[in-house]
Design a protein around this ligand. Structure first.
Ligand SMILES: NC(=O)c1ccc[n+]([C@@H]2O[C@H](COP(=O)([O-])OP(=O)(O)OC[C@H]3O[C@@H](n4cnc5c(N)ncnc54)[C@H](O)[C@@H]3O)[C@@H](O)[C@H]2O)c1
Ligand SMILES: N[C@@H](CCO)C(=O)O
Ligand code: NA
Length: 432
């Protein structure tokens, strides 16, 4: 019997796309055996065909600059979108779904913005939309959340989902590098892009957090629902201060159910975590995500969160799945929004805080500082004082859990005290 063939259109042939094509070709026989059909490259949409594409190993006649035309072709069954960004990726994916073609994408920005509409289109047309590569690259995470943990009740997802910022913070912690120096190193190693804004300002992590929260909590969470703070204000002093209390600074993505279970809090910000926490040991550009579920307890996923080959691995995994589904005449689990939880306001989110103050070193200062905390109902866990010069001290206060609102008011109050020369840093403490 002749084996079926499924024809794949690849949209984009950059870092990830070229690896998808390479791995598809290299593992062609194994993939056919696993799927029960041959996967064949029907075409590759690129921005310019003029460049020397010989090194890619892809037959030159497969390249086209007409991505829309490629998606519309009747002999194309499956689409892999690795162009990135919102348009034209969004229009191309919608066009594919409307034509009954399943789509695999690595596009976190698009899925975070428009996941609901795209899933709805996929469901309406009876096709699959898979995007494992969009969050934490090669690490199997979205499928485990959508499928393996689908019988449990997830309460929290806490992770390091941006490799560039983890590399920078790790350099600051391990070698005492300053932020600018560590960023330069990340750029020279190819982790951070020439314009590193999406990584260091937390946009990349926020998009991933929105996708994780939507899946884990069966609710439509978008990028604009995520409280976002990047790492550009993290100083060597913050990193040293964390070290002094046995902690390390990480950029965390946190998605959690509010105490009443009716709302979801989603935030991305730097935080101090104890060195004993499993996420503290995640070094370099690696990613790791910690999932807390009622019955399973704590489950951790760890591995390479970026790079052409690892990201292509996740895409090929999705491609095998959607191809199998297509052969079997079924689709995988679609979007799940039944819980429709609201987004918990950041002001009501409670965490512990680490606050470092430059103060006059004289009688009554500690009492005045403590009074401001008390006035706003913020309970102090520890206070440490370091005196470097006569009359001048650094006070480091770690609080018990306090709401963002109460903490903001406390910091404003501290700033008004004559004896507080400067509020040097305010950072959340997690994972205790
Ligand atoms: N690089 C990674 O490590 C990584 C990891 C996870 C997810 N992703 C995601 O994968 C996607 C691709 O990332 P990348 O690193 O390969 O980016 P890239 O910039 O290397 O590749 C994108 C390619 O798309 C091409 N392109 C742009 N507009 C096009 C159009 N209209 N038609 C055809 N081609 C067009 C560009 O010329 C470029 O070659 C993005 O969504 C990204 O977020 C990347
Ligand atoms: N820029 C991302 C990789 C793509 O998601 C990172 O540094 O982790
Ligand atoms: Na993944």
């Amino acid at each position: 019997m002749r084996m079926n063939t499924l024809r794949v259109a690849l949209l984009g042939c950059g870092v990830v796309g070229s690896e998808v094509a390479r791995q598809m070709t290299e593992r062609s026989d194994d993939l056919s055996a696993r799927i029960g059909a041959r996967l064949e490259l029907a075409g590759v949409a690129v921005r310019r065909t003029g460049r020397d594409r010989a090194a890619s190993g892809i037959s030159p006649e497969l390249f086209t600059t007409d991505a829309a035309g490629l998606v519309e072709r009747d002999d194309v069954d499956l689409i892999v979108e690795v162009i990135g960004g919102i348009e034209p990726a969004r229009g191309l994916i919608l066009s594919a779904l409307e034509r009954g073609k399943s789509v695999v994408t690595a596009n976190k920005a698009l899925m975070a913005d428009d996941g609901y509409a795209l899933h709805t289109a996929a469901d309406k047309h009876g096709v699959d939309l898979y995007y494992e590569a969009a969050v934490a690259g090669a690490i199997p995470l979205l499928r485990p959340l959508r499928e393996s943990l689908a019988g449990d009740h997830i309460t929290r997802v806490l992770g390091i989902v941006n490799g560039t910022t983890n590399y920078i913070l790790d350099q600051m912690d391990s070698y005492g590098s300053g932020f600018a120096e560590a960023l330069e190193e990340a750029q020279s190693l190819g982790y951070a892009e020439a314009d590193p804004t999406a990584d260091i300002e937390g946009f990349d992590a926020a998009a991933k957090a929105a996708i994780l929260a939507s899946i884990a909590f069966h609710s439509p969470v978008t990028m604009s629902d995520v409280h976002r703070q990047g790492i550009t204000d993290v100083t060597s002093a913050d990193v040293a201060s964390a070290k002094a209390m046995g902690a390390v600074v990480k950029l965390l993505a946190i998605c959690e159910l509010a105490p009443d279970g009716d709302a979801v809090g989603v935030r991305v910000h730097p935080a101090m975590i104890p060195r004993t926490h499993p996420l503290a040991g995640v070094r370099g550009a690696y990613n790791a995500v910690f999932v807390e579920a009622e019955a399973a307890g704590q489950v951790m996923f760890y591995g390479p969160g970026a790079g052409g080959a690892p990201t292509a691995s996740a895409i090929l995994g999705d491609l095998v799945t959607v191809a199998r589904n297509r052969i079997g005449g079924v689709t995988g689990p679609g979007g799940s929004w039944y819980a429709d939880r609201r987004v918990h306001p950041m002001g009501q989110t409670s965490t512990r805080y680490h606050i470092s103050l430059d103060v006059d070193d004289r009688p009554g200062v500690l009492a005045a500082v403590a009074t401001v905390f008390a006035e706003h109902g913020v309970s102090i866990e520890t206070v440490r004082q370091r005196t470097e010069r006569p009359d001048d001290a650094e006070l480091v206060v770690v609080t018990h859990k306090a709401s963002d609102e109460a903490l903001t008011a406390t910091v404003a109050g501290l700033g008004r005290l004559d004896t507080v020369r400067d509020v040097m840093s305010v950072m959340r403490v997690e994972g205790g």
